[in-house]
Design a protein around this ligand. Sequence first.
Ligand code: GLU
Length: 500
Amino acid sequence: MPAASETVRVRFAPSPTGYLHIGGARTILFNWLVARKAGGCMVLRIEDTDQARHVEDSVQKILDDLRWLGLTWDEGPEAGGDYGPYFQSQRLDIYNQYMQQLLESGRAYYALETPQELNDMREKAKKEHGGFRYPRPNPLPTIEQGQQAKQEGQRVVVRCKMPDEDITVHDSILGDVTLTADQFEDFIIQKGDGYPTYHFACVVDDALMKITHVLRGQEHLMNSHKHVALQRALGFPTPIYGHMPVIFNMDGSKMSKRDKEKAIKAGLAPPEIEVHDFRTAGFLPEAILNFIALLGWSTGDDKETYTLDELTQAFSMERIGKTNAKFDRAKLLSFNTDWAARLPEAKLLERLKDYAAINDLPMQSANDDMLTRLLQACAGFRTFADLQKKIGFLFVQDQAIEYDPKAVKKVLAKNDNAGFSILAQTQTKLESLEHFTKASIEALVKDLCDSLDTKMGNIAQPIRVAVSGSTVSPSIGETLELLGKERTLNRINKCLAILA
Ligand code: GLU
């Protein structure tokens, strides 16, 4: 247990195997809140000892998405700190030193089975009694035997010699969780390639980095008993543990990266799973943080809208729940809509620019005034993707406008080309409009409605389809003013040519 006077130090320890999963974002958020609340320290550690699963570039991607969320770290990559290096791959000498200590004290041993032998043992055990638990060799191989086998080119592993006792993890969320001695086996702490396993590196680093609280997903709960055993063997203190509820889809399945592949196979649009997916899909970090904060935590009252500052005020580890959290996408969408309406304009603009850049959209060429106007014209949008759908046509060359066949049929061609004929009449009027402003365009459309004794939509929709290719755009006056007279007329001409 850390002493009461100790500074709170928490960590987020992603493995660089791809982008940041939304569950990882929730993990760092809760840790970040614990640190901020206590005036403590947030450590970012990159757990990159699994060479086989390492994905090029993923560290940069993770850092970039964390910054986008606004979850900064006090120590770690690019920030430095007194307890580095913060990449596990740069700490091998440190792990070797502690590995040696365990080997020499007899708390760990070299295990000499080849993968084939191990496999045979597993198969045999399964046939005989269904399960497999690594049987500790008797006598244990000596350090010399292990080293010699290594020299002979054999891939030797190191196993932790588990004590013959029950181990209880005092979890601040779940309470005491005990595993009995017969549920443990001597697990591997150093792999055949000489790298430490996750368990070993994690325990050494948590201790050397003076981590006081380990808050992570419930999927790690069963690892914690191994970690406690290693802490005892190495003489390290045990941090305060808290295991957070797992995040599930609404259908009860676990939310995982594989959901994307499954959807693609089924011919469906892949769901957003990683933070980057949500960013690319036009969600706001404010909405995501607010939403994921409520995945497993609540104050118990009705308040649902929180800024990061408000979360910091309200957060406490005691109010993290035990039960699984459900990822309700409809709710996230509604959070995003609310946040888009609530954010100050300058912030929203910054977010829109990020969205445009990340998707490499032609909208990037627009200046701040123009983008601000677009935000206003689309007020009420759910995500930036909706906004892009509504105004993307502004950034396309007039000749490149593509017409949605359904829109053409419904709005222009129906009833004996009624829409086309209205479009032709409007064209003449628009041509002679001198001041091409929202107000004058609206007045023109209104006059036309009166003289043709028809509804606004019957005039506005044909123009909208003609200039945008689809049935969605900002108000018709706004749309045409944004486009300007020349481009409006070019597009109407192009559209009328469909008829010819
Ligand atoms: N690298 C581990 C992971 O990404 C960290 C788990 C932990 O927090 O201990 O799952």
